[in-house]
Design a protein around this ligand. Structure first.
Ligand SMILES: *Cc1c(COP(=O)(O)O)cnc(C)c1O
Length: 369
């Protein structure tokens, strides 16, 4: 079965092998050496002043960012389930909460964020997805961050990059916290989250908030190549293998370029067979198609063609399907996925199969046209 959900993504064989060794003790020079190497790679990937790894799924990092960087009122951008989650986290911690809500295909307007910030001087942090995975859209985070910092540089910008870090180059000039999770673009099993932090964020964190999710405790320890609590040793060993594999494969820039081409080729192929791309500004992490037969298409893909793609959640359940484009993906797998979608449309008597999807995919991905 080909796993083509936008998280979890497949774990490469060499990474699984690296994680299959005997369990290591985390307070040892051997593990600290691995930790140090991993941190070096992460600085290169995040381009932030500090990075910390925590043993949790992505949501743990979101919560950690909110409690440590928002001390008054959080403005969250809700164009989907993950954006909505930031608001729920703020409310769970009795922080003030202001939300800008849009339909799941609609990226937030930069002006709307600027207006909200100007209208409420209690807002001291903004939380937003770079790629909102619920509908596969890209928010203009860098532009928003720059506009907000021009109004008040003290406002913290928390950017959820769980389906963006490792997908495309992110300009972190005005971002205070950039979050990644292991099971999406980083091609690992779930359970590890990473936060990139600016010096301004570190200042605001001070002695930190919370206990397990206290970022001050982690920053202090991780600078010494260890963790405040037991490290997710196996996942960190896997992460080092992933980051070394990306390097060996030509480097992160090459992966960004390939992901960009893959995104263009998949969307182009599916549009060429009459399908409709859902988000108004698609993220590179996934292609999201809205279609009245979304459930049937997913079922045929899985049962007839061994391709597992994701559906939608909440009000988009049965209305969309989402195809992953993150990670090191063999071209022959991606070509099969778009071909299988075309075969599914034939089975549903929507369109006679003629190989258009894989042809267009190849033309765009291999830059033959
Ligand atoms: C998957 C995802 C999360 C949540 O991560 P969990 O690992 O499920 O806690 C948060 N934000 C985005 C954009 C995601 O895609």
């Amino acid at each position: 079965m080909l796993l083509f959900t936008p998280g979890p993504t497949p774990v490469p064989q060499n990474v699984r092998n690296a994680m299959a060794d005997e369990t290591m003790h985390h307070r040892t020079p051997e593990f600290e050496a691995i930790f140090e190497k991993t941190r070096k790679h992460l600085f290169n990937l995040f381009k932030t002043d500090e990075v910390v790894m925590i043993a949790s799924s992505g949501t743990g990092a979101m919560e950690s960012a909110v409690i440590n960087l928002c001390h008054n009122t959080l403005l969250n951008v809700n164009s989907g389930k993950f954006g909505e989650r930031f608001g729920k986290i703020a409310q769970a911690h009795n922080l003030g909460s202001v939300e800008i809500k849009n339909e799941w295909d609609t990226p937030v307007n930069v002006e709307a964020v600027v207006e909200a910030v100007k209208n409420n001087s209690n807002i001291d942090a903004i939380a937003i997805q770079i790629s909102e995975s619920a509908g596969g859209l890209r928010h203009s985070v860098e532009e928003i961050a720059s506009a907000v910092k021009a109004i008040n540089p003290e406002i913290m910008i928390i950017a959820d990059g769980i389906t963006a870090v490792g997908v495309e180059k992110i300009d972190v000039t005005n971002i205070d916290c950039l979050i990644a999770g292991s099971q999406k673009a980083l091609m690992l099993p779930p359970g590890l989250a990473i936060l990139g932090l600016s010096n301004k964020a570190i200042q605001k964190i001070g002695s930190g908030k919370g206990y397990y999710l206290n970022l001050a405790s982690e920053i202090k320890k991780q600078k010494q190549n260890t963790t405040a609590y037991t490290a997710a040793t196996t996942l960190i060993i896997g992460l080092l293998e992933v980051l070394e594999t990306i390097e060996a494969d030509g480097g992160i820039e090459k992966l960004y370029n390939e992901t960009t081409l893959r995104a263009k080729a998949v969307r182009g192929a599916l549009e060429a067979i009459g399908l409709h791309s859902y988000p108004k500004n698609p993220a590179k992490s996934m292609t999201t198609i809205d279609d009245e037969n979304a459930s049937e298409i997913r079922k045929i893909l899985k049962e007839e063609y061994s391709v597992n793609v994701a559906g939608g959640q909440d009000h988009l359940k049965g209305k969309i399907f989402r195809i992953n484009q993150m990670g090191l993906i063999p071209v022959y797998e991606m070509a099969w996925v778009v071909n299988a979608v075309e075969l599914a449309l034939d089975k549903l008597n929507r369109r006679t199969y003629d190989g258009t999807a894989s042809k267009v995919f190849n033309q765009l991905f291999l830059e033959l046209v």
